[in-house]
Design a protein around this ligand. Structure first.
Ligand code: AMP
Ligand code: TRP
Length: 336
């Protein structure tokens, strides 16, 4: 038996921040040697909200370069761009036709984003989870490593698999494979620097709310200096009254590589004035090697193109097989 397969993806919308890194990419890097991995840049998802055509291609390349910079290793992993493999869009159409509308209108992320959008919500935003299900199912992924916010989309994917197999597969011969989410407890939900009850997000209008992977040391110092804290001396994890405190200690723990116990002991008598410079320095040091590698990769367009070209071919070979199986099961005549 071969290795189990992993698939995950990130949208090329804006800069990646510490939430994306600690909730997703870092975990991909950690597990990649145990699996056969596919990491895509989900550019079709990036157009579900109004986007800037002038920067979409460059943003797509930037995310692929960040995957490499964060340590995705081509020995174990394939990196590709979602829109380069047409099967993603085609499977989405097929699955659309078996997806009950209310499954989509019930999605938390849809409701939140639609609310922000006001009246002009595109059909693509509603259909976002079906496209995501297609990403996963085309590769027959066993595991999908994501942050906590994607859990509901994974559940919908699993519901779609069961529905499809029930309608179109022979008993005990499933056509689509049931994937499992892989959500790590630590880092699964990194919170905003300006409000410890809101998740760190690319779409927060305030730059001060997040630390981007490509922020300069000055920016990191400034954001940590200005981040929200409380008036209590002594720092602690897991006090529901102190969400900012828990979040900042979690960041320190994950970025320093220290254990929770070590961090709890080290910081229990500290005040914010003492802790903030330590967190800033730890963050700057953790991001430095990623930033150096990123700048080297993004300069070498030829290399990045060859990675994505190779990724497309590898991904396409698998995706097209699954798509053909799905179409056969649904009764389509296949092209001659
Ligand atoms: P997105 O930025 O929405 O494309 O998300 C890409 C990946 O980062 C997904 O696996 C998300 O679950 C994860 N992610 C996004 N924001 C956070 C956050 N604040 N904390 C942890 N993980 C996150
Ligand atoms: N919806 C995911 C997010 O915003 C991104 C994504 C798209 C994804 N397709 C995927 C994640 C497939 C995992 C697997 O984070």
């Amino acid at each position: 038996m071969g290795r189990q397969r992993v698939l995950s993806g990130i949208q090329p919308t804006g800069n990646l921040h510490l939430g994306n890194y600690l909730g997703a990419i870092r975990n991909w890097v950690e597990i990649q040697s145990q699996y056969e991995n596919f990491f895509c840049v989900v550019d079709l998802h990036a157009i579900t909200l109004p986007h800037n055509p002038a920067s979409l291609a460059a943003d797509t390349y930037a995310i692929a370069a960040l995957y490499l910079a964060c340590g995705i290793d081509l020995k174990y992993s394939t990196i590709f761009v979602q829109s380069h493999v047409p099967a993603h869009a085609e499977l989405t159409w097929l699955l659309n036709c078996i997806t009950p509308l209310n499954w989509l209108t019930d999605m938390i992320q849809f409701k939140e984003k639609a609310l922000k959008q006001g009246e002009n919500v595109g059909v693509g935003l509603l259909d976002y989870p079906v496209l995501m299900a297609s990403d996963i199912l085309l590769y027959e992924a066993d595991k999908v490593p994501v942050g906590e916010d994607q859990k509901q989309h994974l559940e919908l994917t699993r519901d779609l698999v069961n529905r499809f197999n029930h309608q179109f597969a022979q008993p005990n011969q499933p056509v689509l494979k049931l994937p499992e989410p892989l959500i790590k407890k630590e880092g699964a939900r990194i919170m905003s620097l300006t409000d410890g009850t809101k998740k760190m997000s690319k779409s927060d209008p305030s730059e001060l709310s997040r630390i981007n992977l490509l922020d300069s040391p000055d920016e990191i110092n400034k954001k940590i200096k200005r981040c929200k804290t409380d008036a209590i001396r002594g720092l602690e994890f897991d006090n529901p009254e102190r969400p900012e405190c828990n979040n900042l200690l979690t960041l320190y723990m994950l970025l320093s590589g220290k254990s929770k116990e070590e961090v709890a002991a080290e910081c229990q008598d500290m005040g914010w004035g003492q802790f903030k410079p330590i967190l800033a320095e730890t963050t700057i040091n953790a991001l430095k090697p990623i930033q150096e590698k990123y700048h080297a990769v993004i300069k070498d367009k030829g290399y990045l193109e060859s990675v994505l070209r190779h990724g497309k071919h590898k991904a396409e070979a698998i995706a097209n097989q699954t798509l053909a199986k799905v179409k056969t099961a649904m009764g389509f005549s296949l092209p001659l």
